[in-house]
Design a protein around this ligand. Structure first.
Ligand SMILES: C[S@@+](CC[C@H](N)C(=O)[O-])C[C@H]1O[C@@H](n2cnc3c(N)ncnc32)[C@H](O)[C@@H]1O
Length: 279
């Protein structure tokens, strides 16, 4: 991605979460801040996100945040008091954080953070006192240094959310970030989604993937890193994680989309899989 420019894909996914609040009743992710944050400034993008054709993608964007926040709640119940949102974009968790003792660190490119802070100000969304912004580029700066300067306590466990970021990274940056989490104390974890190797997709899945890949490349943020469940499992074990969970569309449908009156379900295209790895 071009240095010095705010992320366009961050806006795209934030608009999907906002559209989910309006179009899918009841929402599986309760995120009223998403609507306030994107406001009414992007009518064409919102129209597209609300369209029935975009229902599956909208559902996945909501489900991945809900899953990560459910995993976070489990970590908090086990005593975690630090949450690092890697590639936070327009994520809104920090502004509706139900855990008063949970310190949140939002990590992203400086330009994306400046843009987000302007949007927060315009929407009159206050910055909570337990939020710290950490401006850095995973490709060129050391995450551990940035987090240390921002006050992360490396002697206490932390939960790391890393949604919608991994496909845009190099393998080196992916591994470097994983190794920071893997060196944290027991009870720490990382939750992220990854793009499935296009070779593994069905013909119809491949068409859907190619369309999405074209869109993000046109936004200047091309996909470049792919895994299969097997290669991802090997990466996580190599980094030192022992307890690993991977969930795809079928598991997410069981968790969040059963018995809905509107029939909303994730399709089996399997473009993205979620993983949580515990130290
Ligand atoms: C698709 S957005 C996802 C945003 C957010 N996690 C969400 O789910 O709404 C990808 C985010 O990763 C950030 N990002 C991508 N590559 C990065 C890098 N090398 N260093 C820091 N941030 C990066 C982008 O600025 C953007 O905010």
């Amino acid at each position: 991605m071009e240095t010095g420019r705010a992320s366009k894909t961050a806006l795209g996914v934030a608009i999907r979460r906002a559209a989910h609040q309006l179009a899918d009743k009841p929402p599986i992710l309760d995120d009223p801040i998403a609507l306030r944050l994107v406001g009414e400034g992007y009518p064409r993008l919102m129209e597209r996100a609300l369209h029935p054709v975009g229902r599956d993608f909208r559902g996945f964007m909501a489900a991945r945040s809900r899953y990560a926040e459910d995993q976070l709640a489990e970590a908090v119940a086990r005593g975690v008091t630090q949450y690092v949102v890697l590639g936070a974009g327009l994520d809104t968790f920090a502004y509706r954080n139900p855990f008063s003792a949970l310190q949140v660190f939002e990590v992203d490119f400086p330009a994306t953070q400046v843009w987000k802070r302007t949007m927060l100000e315009q929407a009159a969304i206050a910055l909570p006192s337990n939020l710290v912004f950490v401006a850095l580029d995973f490709e060129h700066q050391t995450l551990a240094d940035g987090l240390a300067q921002a006050g992360l306590d490396f002697d206490k466990p932390a939960f790391f959310g890393w949604l919608g970021v991994v496909p845009y990274l190099t393998l080196e940056a992916f591994r470097a970030t994983l190794s920071v989490v893997a060196r944290m104390p027991a009870g720490s974890a990382v939750c992220f989604d990854y793009a499935v190797d296009p070779e593994m997709l069905s013909p119809i899945g491949r068409v859907a993937f190619d369309r999405l890949a074209e869109r993000v490349a046109a936004a200047g943020e091309p996909f470049q890193l792919f895994f299969t469940p097997k290669t991802l499992d090997a990466e996580l074990r190599r980094a030192g994680f022992g307890s690993i969970e991977q969930v795809g569309s079928a598991e997410l449908n069981d968790l969040y989309f059963s018995n809905r009156a509107d029939g909303l379900q994730l399709s089996p295209l399997g473009l993205g899989i979620l993983a949580t790895a515990w130290v």
